[in-house]
Design a protein around this ligand. Sequence first.
Ligand code: DWN
Length: 408
Amino acid sequence: MKKDICRISGAPLTRVVDFGKQPLGNGFLQPAQFADEYFFPMVVGFSEESMMFQLIEQPAPEKMFHDHYAFYSSTSSFMARHFKDFADQVVQSGYLAKQDPYVVELGCNDGIMLKNFAEQKIRHLGIEPSLNVAKEANKHGVRTRSEFFTESLAETIVSEDGQADAFLAANVMCHIPDIVGVVKGIRKLLKPTGVVMFEDPYLGDVVAKTSYDQIYDEHVFLFSALSIQYLFGQQGMELIDVLPQKTHGGSMRYVLAHRGAYPVKESVTRLLAKERAQGLDRLATFDTFRANVEDSREKLVALLKKLKAEGMRVAGYGATSKSTTILNYCGIGPDLIDYISDTTPIKQGKRTPGMHIPVVPYETFKGNPPDYAVLFAWNHAEEIMAKEKEFMAAGGKWIVHVPEVKVL
Ligand code: DWN
């Protein structure tokens, strides 16, 4: 049998959780497409050498990111604010050149962050392989290239635009299987004084909260400071700062630079020590994680079956990519959840990947609310609870599964 190899270190990978056969996280589809639906074996591995938590197998990027990609970043007003703050912090960070700074963002989606640079007339470029969302970014005055980022694209950009002061990414780096190639490209693209600032869902939170739904086809990696330091360290770069974020149920923003360009902040030393104490450098930690994931599945299925037996109407709120893992791993279909409400037009009228639950417009939920709503968009709980006061006042209840399965 072929050995599983770490994408970063080339060392053997140990399989830590097997989620079985999974469809594409954003593969919303019509009944006519059920027969050809794509599935892959979703297994996560860990390497103590690179300390990188990663999928053993990932579908080809073209299957996941294309001209009808279903996720638009600007569906949440909270996230729009978050990215404005991110952009403001970059501008005020002191890392940008005083004269004609140049900022590149990888995976700019619909321009939710870069539009803030465009508005300030700061030279920028968004690299976005999904053409439909890239076109949306153009409408906001954002300059884009609809391509996958590689070392050779970095060389082309440098020859056309010069080197960059800042390389940004949000919820993108963890999607890229050839991350080593990307880091090599970043190294070429960045000025000697340039910085990388990117954020992704944080492995420390996923382990602590058993938020295993952050694991799906698109997330080939879940990072920690330990694994990021290893990855960039291989290419002559280093972590100079880390900034925890509340987004996506717990994310980490990493700031990196060419080795020796800036002092390493205390925050980095502190987080690395905390991660070692949490066991993010050890395989044994993921045995406990697997047991917690199995326990969470049992509790959620038992709760939904009980409610169904009591004749309760249960719907889902937010047809997230994350929900694809939950539904397929737990075997939850239209027999337990009547429909999932989502505000994204491209998802509405379709069925969820794998389990084929109908996705309906938000108005359906609003017009005829269920007794219980499974909050699949739990990472947006603050924003959603604030706008669903009426549902709760009328006796509607939320079901959450993070950090534990419970009714709110
Ligand atoms: O990394 C990724 C993250 C950033 O976004 C991608 N791989 C794909 C995507 O993951 P997700 O689908 O799990 O993201 P969200 O942000 O949790 O998705 C929220 C979903 O819920 C969207 O489809 C919009 C919907 N929604 C809603 O119907 N009503 C969201 C809010 C806030 C609402 O009020």
